[in-house]
Write a protein that binds this ligand. Structure first.
Ligand code: TXA
Ligand code: MG
Length: 340
């Protein structure tokens, strides 16, 4: 039985009791919903991997409620650049990879000597960690390979019968997962783009690198710096094709592909481009890149519910959060991206 409770003082206390007992609880964050357990408890961590069907070599992020929780989660002090970022962007959608401390078990980091640490912006998430008294390991609360959940219902669809409790905090605000950076060396390197953008990190530090795997598939001989980058992700059941290029040309190509496809199909387009597609079945990605980030995963799940077999989507501009949108779209499309 999986219970869903709205977030409140009481439900968060109850969730914290479950976490202390080594159970797994789903909870809202500002990015997507997480599947949380005590980061120092190997048996609890194993339950997360089992519930998601997650590959054993993909490490989990440790969530803290406040910087006072850092000692033991990481080893040593925050490097100066990491401390600048923490000051500026925590609480918020930024995960920093740092040397692992003794409070986090090796099951959590999949055997690595580094750990991803995040101080979430969602008030209820922080209260839960605080009440649990332990760092909470939490991947996104989806079945491995599916789009990340941005509502409690999405979590329920994937996790019913697998976990005891889902805390419902409404729609996740950002809609894509946190930015993951390797913060062990300077300049820091973005391994997964998210709500704290490349521009924001550049603004704080004066330099930033973006890993090659962020917007294109890794070649056979390249090593994934973040194990998660190896796997196919966010995949809808239908085939997603992304068309990149100047708006009119892209629309032309999308129309050509759409008209040639025989089956249940949809077009994803920015709000102000919708009229270019006439009577064809289409869905709005929103008015801007931020809205596209907020909606993307929910739209992909909707397409599965509707039995859509082919999706033809406009690409979005890779500035600010657009980089995160294109990273997720590229993976959802298994990099089936057409440039016009
Ligand atoms: O917004 C988020 O980050 C959400 C919410 C729940 O906080 N969590 C999340 O976790 O997206 P997950 O497990 O779905 O993605 C974590 C990513 C994976 O790609 C993983 O490989 C990478 O972070 N990662 C975690 N620890 C790492 C480490 N020590 N070294 C390199 N990559 C790491
Ligand atoms: Mg995930």
């Amino acid at each position: 039985m999986t219970e869903i409770l709205p977030v409140s003082r009481e439900s968060v206390e109850y969730a914290a009791e479950l976490i202390k007992k080594g159970e797994v609880v789903a909870f809202p964050t500002e990015t997507v919903y997480g599947l949380g357990a005590d980061a120092g408890n190997p048996d609890a961590i194993k339950k997360i991997f089992a519930a998601k069907g997650r590959p054993q070599d993909n490490p989990l992020i440790a969530h803290i409620w406040d910087e006072s929780m850092l000692p033991g989660v990481i080893s040593g002090e925050l490097p100066t650049w990491a401390s600048v970022l923490a000051q500026k962007y925590w609480p918020g959608p930024l995960t920093m990879i740092l040397p692992k401390g003794g409070r986090v078990c090796l099951e959590c980091t999949a055997g690595l000597d580094s750990v991803g640490v995040r101080l979430p912006g969602n008030e209820w998430a922080r209260r839960l960690i605080r009440a649990s008294g332990v760092p909470i390991a939490a991947p996104s609360a989806n079945t491995s390979g599916r789009p990340s959940p941005t509502t409690a219902k999405h979590v329920y669809d994937d996790m019913k019968g697998r976990i005891p409790l889902i805390l419902d905090g409404g729609e996740a605000n950002v809609g894509v997962e946190s930015t993951v950076i390797d913060a062990r060396t300077f300049p820091v390197r973005i391994l997964r783009p998210g709500g704290i953008t490349r521009e924001m990190i550049f603004d704080a530090l004066g330099s930033v690198e973006v890993d090659a795997g962020v917007v294109r598939p890794l070649a056979q001989n390249e090593v994934a710096r973040s194990p998660g980058m190896k796997y196919r992700h966010y995949a809808p059941r239908g085939r997603l094709t992304v068309v990149e290029g100047e708006a009119l040309a892209a629309a032309g190509k999308i129309i050509e592909l759409y008209d040639a496809f025989d089956g249940e199909k949809r077009i994803f387009a920015m709000e102000d481009h919708l009229s270019m597609y006439g009577e064809r079945e289409k869905v709005s990605l929103g008015k801007d890149r931020r809205e596209a980030a907020h909606r993307l995963f929910a739209l992909l799940r909707d397409m599965d519910d509707l039995g859509v077999e082919a999706i033809f989507s406009e690409a979005v501009d890779e500035t600010d959060i657009g980089l995160a949108v294109m990273n997720r779209m590229g993976r959802a499309a298994a990099f089936n991206i057409i440039k016009v």
